[in-house]
Ligand binder design. Sequence first.
Ligand SMILES: [Fe+2]
Length: 255
Amino acid sequence: MKLERIHHVAYRCKDAKETVDWYVKHLNMNFVLAIAEDLVPSTKAPDPYMHIFMDAGNGNVLAFFELPNSPVMGRDTNTPDWVQHIAFKVDSVKTLEETKDRLVAAGVEVVGVTDHTIFKSIYFFDPNGHRLELAADVGTPDMYQKLDAVKWDMLEEWSKTKRAPKHAAWMHVREFSESRFLGNVPFQPASAPSMRIVKGAWCWRSVFFGFVRICVPCEPTAQPMRFASRRSQGQGTTDSPNASPNARGAGRFTR
Ligand SMILES: [Fe+2]
């Protein structure tokens, strides 16, 4: 068995009509289907719902449920609000920038354009509090090949250390190269050993000897990029204490 594609993904919405209007207006998505019942077909439980389907291109469908008889929808408060998001692909950086301008002009708060090297993204929230991303691919075949070659090693290292592996740190060098992200530690290339080391903590690094890889403990000697300093400096970032609830946290790590 091989899956063909995502048939649809479904989230809850506060108001079905407001949601359809918002996605049509801001993301130019077509409203393709509505399903509504007073009983849940699978359980037969009485629970009126409106299930709406929006065309996200290439057969991808984004769906929502409005459930008027359920408590007001919330969110997973144990997960930062930048984490769970829906990302849509656009055709170019030009489209990305034009869409950002249009969203901002319409009063939508937008984070980005964020440079992930292989793609660039903007982030914003829909009226239901779902975080959305628009992404334009800009990677080269060589970049994708390098990333493909390290993905399993990265996963293995992460599973052991719970510290970000640095095999692909080059992806965000440009985003993190501003001095305000670095505190008192001079920026170092991603390949520098100290980038793997966290102050006050032990980690493991992989060392290759010929074809044999062993893991050795690192000495805790330096602190890498200090993301927290961004909040304390409050330099107009979305982590500023004065930022709106929607924006706060959205730019902490922009992906
Ligand atoms: Fe994303």
